[in-house]
Write a protein that binds this ligand. Structure first.
Ligand code: FES
Length: 276
């Protein structure tokens, strides 16, 4: 009884505040004992994300040069606002929307990436230094994780995954349409078609390697033996999942590259090289 009381008083004496200065942490005055260049990864992540944010914000609000037949920029797809002729394969239900058409749809891919488990880790480290790297003290005194507003909203990631699947289908449809020429005839293939094709493959690899996808196909099951198809799907997604971080980076670059390519084509900076 006495030892139970002692244990209880020990637990109660631990303050709830967390962080590297907490009473249960080792007393180390140095910010880190690491001697390697640990800061390179968060610095590179910060620079790339920052560049992407600046570019994507500019393009999202720009509202022009997003379609060069037969190529539609992934930032503007599906084009549901007051879009230029040929860009609206799903109609213009938001024609009265006064701002750039990209702003109508961008919330879905953006929300998907912002709440992605991998991106969370990357930008928590690069932007909030929380912590900047393994075994490097973070500057914050308190830590509440993702248990409170606003970070608790990260839990909506699984719903953004469903939206991302729809976006993936639409982007795939855009690639199919990119095999038409300006006269609407099939049998065209230019560098733009190839770039869009590579981009959509990377987008699918990123979407299907998502942790939420893994749960959607294989979660909430007691016995895999009774669900062989879902077990196969789960095994496939699990293999992709190990490379999720790479797909996150590759697809980020490819989506920006395809948009830039179509932007330059639409602005008549150069012509699209044709393969056939
Ligand atoms: Fe990265 Fe879902 S965990 S997209």
């Amino acid at each position: 009884m006495a030892s139970t009381d002692a244990r209880q008083s020990k637990v109660q004496s631990v303050p709830s505040s967390a962080g590297v200065g907490g009473p249960t942490r080792a007393r180390i005055n140095a910010k880190t004992l690491r001697t390697d260049r640990w800061w390179l990864t968060p610095l590179a992540t910060f620079l790339v994300f920052f560049a992407f944010i600046v570019y994507a914000t500019f393009r999202a609000f720009y509202g022009h040069d997003y379609y060069s037949a037969p190529y539609l920029s992934p930032f503007y797809s599906p084009c549901l606002g007051d879009c230029v002729g040929g860009a609206s394969d799903f109609g213009r239900p938001f024609q009265a929307f006064p701002l750039s058409a990209a702003l109508i749809v961008l919330i879905f891919p953006l929300g998907f990436r912002l709440t992605c488990y991998y991106y969370r880790k990357a930008y928590y480290r690069a932007f909030w230094l929380s912590p900047p790297a393994c075994a490097v003290a973070e500057p914050h005194q308190k830590y509440s994780g993702e248990t409170r507003f606003p970070l608790i909203l990260q839990n909506v990631h699984r719903y953004f995954w469903y939206a991302a699947v729809v976006v993936g289908v639409v982007l795939t449809y855009d690639v199919v349409l990119a095999f038409r020429n300006e006269q609407d005839e099939w049998g065209h293939m230019g560098l733009g078609t190839l770039l869009m094709l590579v981009n959509v493959v990377l987008i699918w690899l990123y979407t299907l390697s998502c942790h939420s996808c893994r749960h959607a196909v294989g979660g909430r099951l007691r016995h895999f033996s009774k669900h062989p198809v879902r077990y196969k799907m789960w095994t496939f997604v699990s293999k992709l999942n190990t490379r999720h971080a790479q797909f996150a980076w590759y697809s980020l670059f490819s989506v920006a590259l395809v948009d830039l390519y179509i932007y330059l084509l639409a602005a008549n900076v150069f012509d699209d090289p044709r393969f056939f």
